[in-house]
Design a protein around this ligand. Structure first.
Ligand SMILES: [Mg+2]
Length: 457
C-alpha cells in the first residue's frame, strides 16, 4: 500500500534513517524539523501518518504539535506516532493524552515500526473513504455541517467486551476502565448492549486469543469492532501476529491502568467517528436525494449532478442533454378530482418516466407537475428522439387511478436542450429547455420542442 508519511525530528540523521527505512517499504516520505512546521505541513500536505519526535529544541515540542494536529478539524483524523527516547510510563501516557495513537521508543525497532504504520494507515484508508463520502454528502446538501467530528471528540462512555481468563488481569482492567465505561467479561454475565470495542488477551491459557481476533475480524457484526490485544512484553512475534490478524492496538502485561484508559479513549473515539459517519450517510443519502411523493430524485440531487456534467461538456467533454416535462392540464385534474387523485397521477407519471428512460439517465421531480430528465453523454438529436418516444409512451394508455370511475387520458409537453460547450451553465441549459416547453404548450401540448441548436453566449 502506498502512503505518505510525515517524519518530524530535529536531527537530520534521525530523519534520514527513518526516510530510508520507510522508503524501502515504498512509502513516500515528507520531513519537518520543528513542531510548528509539522503542524503546517500536516494541514497543507495531509499525510496518511505522522511520526513525531517529542524532544525538539526551540518552539513547541512534539506533545504540543500533536495536540494542535488533533485539535484541528482538517488534521485530527491523521494518525500520529510519538517517537521518544524515554521508555517510561509518563511519556507514553502524555503522548496518548495529547491524542497520539501510538508511540515508539528510540532506537526504533523496524518490525514494530512497520506493523504500526501498516495498521494505522489501513485504518485511515477506511476513515478517509467515509470522510470523502460525507464530503460529497455535504456538496449534495445532504449533510449540513461537520458536527460528527466534534461529537466524536467529546469524552464518551462505551461498552467494553473483555475476553480473558486471568482473574487478576480482569480485575485490573475492570478497575481501570470501570469509571468511564461498562465492562462485561465474556462468559460471565450476559450484556445486551453491543460492544464498542473488545479487549482480547492473547496470553490466555484456556482459549486461543489469535483465533478469537481472526473470527471477530471476519464475522459481520464484529468486523468493524476495534480490538485491543493484551500481549506479553517480550513476545514480539505474538504482538506482531495480533496486529497482522487485525487487532487495532496492543498493550503489554502487566496492564498499566492509565495507559489502558488512554488507549481505550482513542479506540472509542475512532469507533464513534466511524459509526456516526456511516449512520448519517445511510439515513441522509437515501432521504435527502429522493422526492418523497414519487420516489424519483429530487431537485437538490439534480442540481448537484447536472453542474459537473455541464462543466465537463464545456471543457470539451461529451454533451449532456435535458428534457423538461410538464403534465398537460394537471391543474384541471387536481381541481376536478382533488389532490389525492392528483398525487396518484404524479406517482403513475413518475413510474412511466422511470421505466421509459435509460439506466444512465437521471429522472427527477423538478417541482409540482414538472419533471426533468438528465441524459449524460447524449446529443441534442438523440435527446429529441428519446423525448418523443417518452411522450408517446405516456399517452399510449390511460391512467387507471383508484377512486375515480373513468381512466384518465394524460399527456405531456416536453422541452429539450443540449449543452456542448460555449460557456454554458446548468441554469442556462434548463432555461432553454423551459423555453422549448413553453413553445410546446403554446403549440397545442402533447409535443416535443428541442432548443438544441442554441448555445449560451
Ligand atoms: Mg529530538
Amino acid at each position: 500500500m502506498s502512503a505518505r508519511i510525515l517524519v518530524v525530528d530535529d536531527l537530520e540523521a534521525n530523519r534520514r534513517l527513518l526516510e530510508a527505512k520507510l522508503g524501502e517499504q515504498y512509502y513516500e516520505v515528507l520531513t519537518a524539523q520543528r513542531g510548528e512546521e509539522a503542524v503546517q505541513l500536516a494541514k497543507r500536505e495531509r499525510p496518511d501518518l505522522i511520526l513525531l519526535d517529542v524532544m525538539m529544541p526551540g518552539g513547541i515540542d512534539g506533545y504540543e504539535a500533536c495536540r494542535r494536529i488533533k485539535a484541528h478539524p482538517e488534521t485530527r483524523h491523521i494518525p500520529v506516532i510519538i517517537l521518544t527516547t524515554l521508555d517510561d510510563r509518563e511519556s507514553k501516557v502524555r503522548g496518548l493524552q495529547a491524542g497520539a495513537e501510538e508511540f515508539l521508543t528510540k532506537p526504533i525497532d523496524d518490525v514494530q515500526l512497520m506493523a504500526r504504520a501498516k495498521s494505522l494507515i489501513s485504518l485511515k484508508v477506511v476513515t478517509d473513504e467515509l470522510r470523502a463520502r460525507e464530503a460529497s454528502g455535504r456538496r449534495l446538501g445532504v449533510i449540513e455541517e461537520d458536527v460528527s467530528a466534534d461529537q466524536a471528540h467529546r469524552l464518551i462512555t462505551g461498552n467494553v467486551l473483555l475476553i480473558d481468563d486471568n482473574d487478576n488481569q480482569i480485575r485490573r482492567i475492570e478497575s481501570a476502565l470501570g469509571a468511564e465505561h461498562r465492562v462485561s467479561v465474556l462468559g460471565r454475565e450476559e450484556d445486551t448492549n453491543p460492544p464498542d470495542f473488545a479487549i482480547v488477551s492473547v496470553t490466555a491459557k484456556s482459549f486461543d486469543g489469535f483465533r478469537v481476533i481472526a473470527r471477530m475480524r471476519s464475522g459481520e457484526p464484529t468486523r468493524h469492532l476495534p480490538i485491543l490485544a493484551v500481549v506479553d512484553p517480550d513476545d514480539k512475534q505474538r504482538a506482531l501476529r495480533a496486529l497482522e490478524l487485525g487487532a487495532h492496538d496492543i498493550i503489554v502485561r502487566p496492564v498499566d491502568e492509565e495507559e489502558l484508559v488512554a488507549r481505550a479513549r482513542t479506540l472509542l473515539r475512532r469507533k464513534r467517528q466511524m459509526d456516526l459517519l456511516r449512520q448519517r450517510l445511510d439515513q441522509s443519502l437515501e432521504l435527502a436525494i429522493t422526492d418523497q411523493l414519487t420516489g424519483l430524485y429530487n431537485r437538490r440531487f439534480l442540481e448537484a449532478q447536472l453542474a459537473p456534467m455541464v462543466q465537463r461538456a464545456d471543457c470539451g467533454g461529451e454533451p449532456v442533454s435535458v428534457m423538461l416535462i410538464d403534465i398537460d392540464y394537471f391543474k384541471k385534474c387536481n381541481d376536478t378530482y382533488g389532490h389525492d387523485v392528483g398525487d396518484a397521477v404524479l406517482r403513475e407519471f413518475a413510474a412511466r418516466l422511470a421505466t421509459n428512460t435509460r439506466p444512465s439517465d437521471f429522472a427527477c421531480r423538478f417541482g409540482g407537475e414538472e419533471f426533468l430528465i438528465i441524459m449524460p453523454r447524449t446529443s441534442g438529436d438523440v435527446a429529441c428522439l428519446a423525448a418523443d418516444r417518452l411522450r408517446r409512451q405516456i399517452c399510449a394508455s390511460p391512467f387507471h387511478i383508484r377512486g375515480i370511475p373513468m381512466p384518465l387520458d394524460i399527456t405531456a409537453s416536453i422541452g429539450v436542450a443540449c449543452s456542448s460547450g460555449g460557456g454554458d451553465t446548468p441554469e442556462a441549459l434548463v432555461k432553454r429547455a423551459d423555453e422549448g416547453l413553453y413553445e410546446a404548450k403554446r403549440g397545442g401540448r402533447n409535443r416535443v420542442v428541442g432548443k438544441t441548436g442554441q448555445r449560451a453566449a
